[in-house]
Design a protein around this ligand. Structure first.
Ligand SMILES: Nc1ncnc2c1ncn2[C@@H]1O[C@H](COP(=O)(O)OP(=O)(O)OP(=O)(O)O)[C@@H](O)[C@H]1O
Length: 324
């Protein structure tokens, strides 16, 4: 399958009075056509910074220090601002954090979808309305409700509208940043099932950003696990679930309750996430790692392939040879 997005050695820092916060460091991954990739990690590990760097929406005091972002042949790091404005929404659409609160209360939901289409495409209002009705049906909302206002919808329905809006210009990539946060568990499950269904039906490429491991493992094809600004493991979901290699990935799995196995002993990871202005030298996880060795303080482990499409950044993987 072809790569729609390639991120290579992406490094983004925020200037702070104490020095640069190294929020994203040397991050590399790809998203294939039709693939759903989960980007997962604890709060503050750099997930949103990755998304905003891809979209070039990093604002002062943040800056992309180095790295490449290629969207289907387009270099986003060096693209002109005018070009980026066209790419955002038309090529990459975002379902933001608290998407359901992002709707404007004074316009009908249909008008908001129509406006976003007309802003990016040269079609008539009638065509945009027809597309809006099709999109509403696609996300499970009666097309005649296009005249309704956001306050007439539940949180889950507003979330569906946000998805319809993201789909409105047939983007190559959708980024969902913790977009179901704030919904009750049942509604969250319905929205997630809808996204999976749409991914399959429309062959969509989606990045799901989340700190919810069960959610991500239930729908994503591949998972990239971030810790303190770095990807520590990146593999197919079944490899993460059955053969997680990085001590942090194993710790995350051990710290997650399993509804199917109520007997499972849940063990949290000792210690706390490091300050990204002065993270530990070498491996950023070493202070919390029960397997830490001298090497872990002396150098930073690279993300290497331990087997086909399974990458790990840990000195325990001695035999791994293939650098990403
Ligand atoms: N404007 C800023 N100034 C300084 N540091 C920042 C700024 N924005 C983010 N950071 C730092 O960058 C790091 C990554 O933040 P980011 O929001 O990308 O993490 P995240 O994984 O998306 O967190 P969450 O899950 O809570 O949204 C954090 O340590 C944060 O403190």
């Amino acid at each position: 399958m072809k790569n729609i997005l390639t991120v290579k050695n992406l490094t983004t820092h925020y200037d702070t009075p104490q020095g640069p916060a190294r929020a994203v460091e040397n991050v590399s991954f790809t998203v294939k056509k039709g693939e759903m990739l989960g980007l997962i990690g604890e709060s503050g590990c750099g997930k949103t910074t990755v998304a905003q760097s891809i979209l070039r929406l990093i604002e002062y005091p943040g800056k992309i220090v180095t790295g490449e972002v290629d969207l289907d042949g387009k270099d986003l790091v060096n693209a002109k601002t005018s070009e980026l404005e066209k790419i955002r929404w038309k090529d990459i659409a975002v379902i933001p954090q608290s998407a359901m609160n992002a709707l404007n209360p004074v316009y009908s939901i249909g008008d908001q979808i129509i406006e976003s289409i007309l802003l990016h495409e040269n079609i008539s209002r009638k065509e945009a309305l027809n597309r809006t009705k099709t999109l509403l049906e696609l996300v499970g909302i009666d097309k005649d409700r296009w005249k309704s206002y956001p306050h007439e919808f539940s949180g889950g329905m507003k979330q569906r509208v946000a998805i319809a809006m993201a789909l409105s210009c047939s983007p190559k990539l959708i980024i969902s940043d913790e977009s179901t946060t704030g919904l009750d568990v049942l509604t969250q499950a319905q929205v997630i099932a809808l996204m999976k269904d749409l991914q399959r039906k429309l062959d969509l490429s989606i990045i799901i950003i989340s700190h919810d491991l069960p959610l991500v493992t239930s729908i994503c094809d591949r998972i990239a696990i971030m810790y303190a600004g770095k990807i520590v493991e990146w593999a197919g979901t079944s490899n993460i679930l059955q053969d997680a290699r990085h001590p942090y990935s194993k710790g995350l799995l051990d710290a997650t309750p399993d509804l199917a196995n109520p007997e499972k002993k849940v063990v949290s990871i000792p210690g706390t996430v490091p300050n990204l202005v002065s993270p530990p030298e070498g491996c950023r996880f070493r202070d919390r790692c029960q397997y830490a060795m001298e090497t872990c303080a002396a150098a930073e482990p690279e993300l290497v392939a331990v087997k086909s499409e399974h990458y790990v950044s840990c000195f325990l993987e001695k035999g791994a040879k293939y650098v990403l």
